[in-house]
Design a protein around this ligand. Structure first.
Ligand code: PDD
Length: 287
C-alpha cells in the first residue's frame, strides 16, 4: 500500500506527491515543522504541539495556512488513511511558492505538507543498555527555540554520532555547557538525585516531551532544577537521559566513550520513563 500524504490541499499517494522547485522551503529552508506522536490512534499532546507551531510561525512571520480546527482534521485524516495506530505524524509549513528572492514575497500562500509513519518497535537491548552520545560544538543560529526546517548543523551532528557508533550528539556552547541533542533535549540527574535540564530560552527547542517530563517530576515530588550543565558535569553525573517525541525518555549511559556512573540506565530515568508511558496511556484512554 502506498502511503498517503496531504500536500497543500490534496491527499495523494506519497510516491506521486510533488512540491514546486520554487517553494521557499526548498530554496531557503523558510519554514517550520512539528512531529507529533500517535499512541493507540491518539495524537499525543496535540494542543501543546499546535501551540508551539503557532509560536514558530509567529516568530518567522508566516501566516497559518488554516485554522487549528481544520489542521486537526487533516492530521486525523492522514493518520487514518495511513492506518497508523502507533507512530507519528510530520507536518511542515513553508512560507510559500515564489520566484527566488531572499525578501518575503508580496504574494505567497503558506504550503502545508503532512505525512504519517508507523513506529518501529523499540529494541529492548538498546533500552536495557542505554544510549551512547558524543559531544560536538553547537554550530547553530541564535533562535533554536523556533522549530525551523533549517536543520543542517543537526543533520551533520547526527551523522557524526552515527559514524562514532553513538545514538545522539550533545551540542555544547562556547562556555562548555550542553545545549541539547540534534533532535532531543538533554538531561542529567546529579549524584544527589536532582533532575537537571537547560532552561528553555532561545538556546534550545522547548521540547514537548521536556515539558511533560518536568510536569511528571513535579507531580512525583522529585527535585528538579532548570539550569545549564557543563559537559564535565554530565560526565560525572549520577544518571543522564534524553527526551523527544520519537525517543520518549532514553537513558544515556556513555558520553564520549566514557560510562555515566556505572554505565547502566539509572533508577530516576527509568521511573520517569514509566511515568511517561502511563501519561501516553492516560491520553489514549481519554482520562
Ligand atoms: N525533534 N531538540 C531538538 C533540536 C529537536 O529537534 C527535538 C525534536 C527536541 C525534542 O522536542 P519534542 O519533545 O517536542 O519532540 C529537542 C523531532 C522529534 C524531530 O526533529 O524529528
Amino acid at each position: 500500500m502506498s502511503r498517503i500524504a496531504y500536500v497543500s490541499g490534496r491527499y495523494c499517494r506519497q510516491d506521486e506527491a510533488v512540491v514546486s522547485i520554487e517553494d521557499r522551503g526548498y530554496q531557503f529552508a523558510d519554514g517550520v515543522y512539528e512531529v507529533i506522536a500517535v499512541h493507540r490512534g491518539h495524537l499525543v499532546d496535540e494542543a501543546l504541539h499546535l501551540l508551539r507551531l503557532a509560536r514558530s510561525l509567529h516568530e518567522l512571520r508566516i501566516a497559518a495556512p488554516m485554522s487549528d480546527r481544520v489542521l486537526r482534521h487533516v492530521l486525523r485524516r492522514v493518520i487514518r488513511l495511513n492506518k497508523v495506530r502507533n507512530g507519528s505524524v510530520y507536518l511542515q509549513i513553508t512560507r510559500g511558492v515564489a520566484p527566488r528572492n531572499h525578501a518575503f514575497p508580496l504574494v505567497a500562500f503558506p504550503q502545508l505538507v503532512v505525512t504519517a509513519q508507523r513506529a518501529k518497535p523499540a529494541d529492548p537491548k538498546f533500552l536495557a543498555e542505554g544510549a551512547a552520545v558524543i559531544s560536538i560544538p553547537d554550530l547553530r543560529w541564535a533562535r533554536r527555540d523556533i522549530k525551523s526546517i533549517s536543520l543542517l548543523p543537526n543533520v551533520l551532528g547526527k551523522q557524526l554520532a552515527r559514524e562514532a557508533g553513538a545514538y545522539e550528539a550533545w551540542q555544547v556552547d562556547a562556555d562548555g555547557f550542553v545545549t541539547e541533542g540534534t533532535s532531543s533535549n538533554a538531561w542529567i540527574v546529579t549524584s544527589g538525585g536532582v533532575i537537571v535540564t537547560r532552561k528553555a530560552d532561545h538556546d534550545i527547542l522547548n521540547g514537548i516531551t521536556r515539558l511533560v517530563v518536568i510536569d511528571l517530576a513535579a507531580k512525583a515530588g522529585l527535585r528538579f532544577e532548570e539550569r545549564a550543565f557543563s559537559l564535565a558535569e554530565a560526565k560525572t553525573a549520577g544518571e543522564a537521559f534524553l527526551t523527544s517525541t520519537s525517543s520518549l525518555i532514553t537513558p544515556v549511559t556513555r558520553i564520549d566513550g566514557a560510562k555515566v556512573a556505572d554505565g547502566v540506565p539509572g533508577p530516576v530515568t527509568m521511573m520517569l520513563r514509566r511515568g511517561l508511558a502511563e501519561h501516553l496511556d492516560r491520553l489514549a484512554d481519554g482520562a
